[in-house]
Design a protein around this ligand. Structure first.
Ligand code: PLP
Length: 348
């Protein structure tokens, strides 16, 4: 399978922007090549220099945690940047198509629309697993990407591993597995499978378990051919110096993050149980993520009543296969208690 031939012709022949720091590599002490402010910056920490375009120090630290080599790692301004770059690098507008598996994360469709790329929707089965036959039927010679979100947002379940492997074994485009919630899952990551499947892209993010949604930092792991293509297309300085510095500091605090993951998973189970005990709750779906999908008697009314009490959940009542459902992020014990008390007051 030739990944290089999957990219758009204009990307194949693209000569990427060459930064001042790309052109000079080595030891120097006087940098007069990039029109920066040579005097400094009006901050305690200096930000007057352009950041490393390839974020090598940060990737090195991530590599030590994830076990993925630097050349197989791409960092983006959120995973959303990686999603958009996959469209821009591999999908010819007005010609190619991608497959998404609703109900799922909304950005795949938005990114496809922005890039004028046809979307083929193959709904998940009622058990929120892959419709392998439907996927096989939807694929044609212009299908470039398939997005599999596991654990899936908004349903919370992990996708059966062997089903994902079936897609990987039978599809000749890129298979993107979005593992934004993998830290909360029993299922293990597909990162270890990267060496086996040249067309596999695994997305992870600092926005969820790592507690850094405000920083905007996402990871894509893939074969070096795919990573090189993403690096060629991305904005030269897509990750700011402050993001690189702060993420490096955060990686020193992995112990805290692992504690939060344990607490979140424990709270998720408690919250699921408590929700099920409420008369208005018809169904609580099992979750491998840091949120719970729950079907209630009247989702719209419940949503509004919670808003009146200053509690915001996500109303998914209109989403395919999620009729009557609310998506509830696992909060702190105090927040979960406030939610449960409010829901109980509605029941009475
Ligand atoms: C939250 C989320 C992301 C994270 O996107 P970022 O741009 O990294 O914040 C990615 N995928 C899914 C499915 C999500 O729910």
């Amino acid at each position: 399978m030739d990944i290089k031939n999957l990219q758009r012709e204009n990307i194949k022949t693209l000569r990427p922007y060459s930064t001042a720091r790309d052109e000079y590599k080595g030891q120097a002490s006087v940098f007069l090549d990039a029109n920066e402010n040579s005097y400094g910056s009006p901050l305690p920490e200096n930000f007057n220099r352009y950041p490393d375009p390839l974020q090598l120090d940060l990737k090195d630290a991530i590599s030590k945690i994830k076990g993925v080599p630097i050349e197989n790692t791409f960092l983006g301004n959120g995973s959303d940047e990686a999603i958009d770059l996959l469209f821009r690098a591999f999908c010819n507008p007005g010609k190619d198509n991608v497959i998404i598996l609703p109900p799922t994360y909304g950005m795949y469709e938005v990114s496809a629309n922005i890039n004028d790329v046809e979307i083929r929707k193959v709904n998940l089965l009622p058990n929120f697993q892959l419709d392998l036959e439907g996927i096989a039927e939807a694929i044609d010679e212009n299908t470039k990407l398939i997005f599999i979100c596991s654990p899936n947002n908004p349903t919370g379940n992990s996708i059966v591993r062997t089903d994902i492997e079936t897609v990987l074994a039978n599809f000749n485009g890129l298979v993107i597995i979005d593992e934004a919630y993998i830290n909360f899952a029993k299922q293990r990551t597909f990162i270890q499978e990267l060496t086996e499947y040249p067309q596999l892209v695994v997305l992870q993010t600092f926005s969820k378990a790592w507690g850094l949604a405000g920083l905007r930092l996402g990871m894509a792991f893939a074969s070096s051919i795919i990573i090189d293509i993403l690096n060629k297309v991305k904005a030269p300085y897509n990750i700011s110096q402050s993001t690189q510095d702060l993420a490096l500091a955060a990686l020193q605090n992995i112990g805290q993050v692992n504690e939060w993951i344990k607490t979140t998973v424990a709270e998720r189970e408690l919250l699921s149980k408590s929700l099920l005990e409420l008369a208005m709750v018809k169904k609580v779906y099992p979750s491998d993520a840091n949120f719970i999908l729950a079907q209630v008697d009247d989702a719209n009314a419940t949503y509004d009543a919670l808003v009146d009490r200053g509690i915001i959940v996500r109303n998914r009542a209109k989403v395919t296969l999620c009729e009557g459902c609310l998506r509830i992020t696992v909060g702190t014990p105090a927040e979960n208690e406030i939610l449960l008390t409010a829901l109980k007051s509605l029941t009475n």
